[in-house]
Design a protein around this ligand. Structure first.
Ligand code: FAD
Ligand code: NAG
Length: 492
């Protein structure tokens, strides 16, 4: 292990920016070392650098990413991006405005627009009505714009290098920096008062610092559809029915992303049945809206299928001095509700506020940093606990694989059909613009009770005793669906 001089103990605040630049470039030393220039790492680098911190950002490949993830940013994510001063990263990437969701249930569908906000026009007293909007786009183009913002920042130095290990102090557990390999041959070291691990869903480094491991029950299989006519344009379209959910949303002028959820061990996707391709061909294709089928078929024939695991990883607090774990490395939820980047950007906003020079003058003061990270764990809940619980609970309903869940799924759809608050508040939660966890609790149990009401009405008077038993079982299932995820949020 290299000898570490204790130079990082003195704060860099107020020193000359170009001296800092030299210190990063030549000596590989900074206030903060960030592992991974993804959505979280790039945005965090800019947020901290704007506060005058000296930042080293390490990324294994600066090529434009080509992935099937992170393509729909919720209105709550656009808001966070705006507050971070990074709203421009959504310009010139052929992004599509997203104004809500449409849920398609067999032959019916219900549009669920994002709620309307009354915003005060600053210099005049009148109120203006405007709609919350999200954006969908090619993930790689957005990440490249975020990276460009980091690359252009005078207080950030970006290195294209793959981090191989974390450097820990020899006399305690404190993290001091990282070791990396550049162009597969050249070994490097980087040192910072704080090391941020945000190396994404398959994080190599999380296991040393958090005790949870990701759970995967299904995969999303993705294709790019060309000139596809989705049921409602400018909406995220969710197709429900006998199978696991299918998502459709436009990501460019001509391109539409389709993501098909395929649970593990699904019989119709077994090798004997032609694998996932067979499942898409024989089961999914006929269940899609007629207007979508031609482009779906064409994409299948082209054969560019790709997949990603859909993970659940509950949040936890980090207790090791000198390090912070963030982004997908820290916390994941099913991507059904497209919440990951929105969580990441809101986390950047919150953590950069908690670690600002006003709150933490010297990042080498690890006790203060750890205290702020504990505060972060609880304060992020107002946004993230909602996104996490909603994603997991909604996935259980939408992928309904038993009769109780099927009742809840139908109840949920019928609930949306009621309109008014039955859609504006749920979609406000999903869009991360409503920050009261109780609203989620309220609507979830309203859906459960509404499902039971439909069940009793349908069964009629004579069946009432049976309905009663079914009602109890459906209600029990609803509790079984949501409570584990609520408890996961209450742990430290
Ligand atoms: C199928 C699917 C669809 C999704 N769709 C959406 C969506 O529509 N909307 C949404 O908001 N979220 C979505 N998500 C979630 C979203 O993609 C993630 O939450 C988000 O990308 C997390 O950002 P991150 O910065 O933590 O990780 P990433 O964006 O994955 O960034 C990690 C970075 O670290 C780099 N890296 C990794 N290891 C090293 C190393 N050793 N050294 C140097 N660099 C390294 C990687 O190259 C990468 O650039 C989806 C997820 C899945 C699985
Ligand atoms: C860079 O950091 C310095 C302090 O080192 C600060 O004064 C300056 O405002 C920062 N630059 C930007 C563009 O934020």
């Amino acid at each position: 292990m290299p000898l570490i001089l204790d130079s990082s103990s003195e704060s860099s605040m107020g020193s000359e920016p170009d001296l800092q630049e030299e210190r990063r470039r030549l000596h590989h030393e900074a206030d903060v070392v960030i592992i991974g220039a993804g959505v979280l790492g790039s945005a965090l680098a800019v947020a901290l650098a704007n506060q005058g911190r000296s930042v080293i950002l390490l990324e294994k490949s600066l090529k434009e990413p080509d992935r099937i993830v992170g393509e729909l940013l919720q209105p709550g994510g656009v808001q966070a991006l705006t507050k971070l001063g990074l709203r421009h990263t959504l310009d010139d990437i052929d992004a599509i405005p997203v104004t809500g969701y449409t849920v398609i249930y067999y032959d019916e569908h219900v549009p669920i627009p994002y709620p309307v906000i009354a915003s005060q026009v600053s210099d005049r007293a009148e109120k203006q009505l405007c709609k919350y909007e999200g954006r969908s786009f090619h993930h790689g183009r957005f990440v490249s714009k975020l990276r460009a913002a980091a690359l252009a920042h005078p207080n950030i130095t970006v290195f294209e290098t793959e981090v191989t290990s974390i450097i820990t102090s020899s006399h305690n557990t404190q993290v001091l920096g990282v070791e990396s390999i550049t162009r597969k041959t050249h070994k490097d070291c980087f040192f910072g008062s704080l090391t941020v691990v945000c190396d994404g869903y398959a994080s190599k480094f999380r296991k040393s610092y958090i005790h949870h491991t990701p759970r995967v029950k299904s995969k999303f299989w993705g294709m790019e559809l060309i000139d596809c006519q989705i049921p409602t344009s400018h909406h995220g379209n969710v197709v429900l029915g006998d199978n696991s959910p299918v998502l459709l949303y436009q990501i460019g002028s001509h391109e539409t992303r389709v993501l098909v959820d395929v649970p593990e061990g699904l019989p119709s996707a077994s090798t004997a049945n032609g694998g996932v391709k067979g499942h898409l061909q024989n089961v999914v294709l006929p269940s899609l809206p007629k207007t979508v089928q031609p482009s779906f078929k064409a994409a299948l024939e082209k054969g560019s299928l790709r997949s990603m695991p859909n993970s659940f990883l509950p949040p936890s607090t980090n207790k090791t001095p000198g390090v912070a774990i963030l982004g997908d490395a820290l916390n994941m939820r099913h991507p059904l509700t497209g919440g990951g980047m929105t969580v990441a950007l809101n986390d950047v906003l919150l953590v950069s506020e908690l670690l600002s020079p006003e709150n933490v003058p010297d990042l080498y003061d690890t006790q203060v940093v750890l205290k702020q990270l504990r505060a972060f764990h609880w304060r992020r809940k107002s946004v993230t606990s909602i996104v996490n619980i909603l994603a997991q609970a909604l996935y259980s309903l939408f992928a309904a694989d038993d009769w109780q869940l099927k009742y809840l799924q139908r109840g949920c759809f019928r609930y949306f059909q009621l309109g008014g608050k039955c859609i504006s508040e749920p979609v406000g939660l999903l869009g991360a613009v409503i920050h009261q966890p109780f609203v989620l609790f309220y609507h979830f149990f309203s859906v459960a009770l509404f499902s039971i009401w439909i069940l009793i009405k349908e069964n009629g008077v004579l069946m009432f005793p049976i309905s009663l038993i079914q009602a109890v079982l459906v209600f029990a299932k609803a509790c079984e669906v949501i409570f584990p995820y609520i408890f996961a949020e209450l742990r430290s």
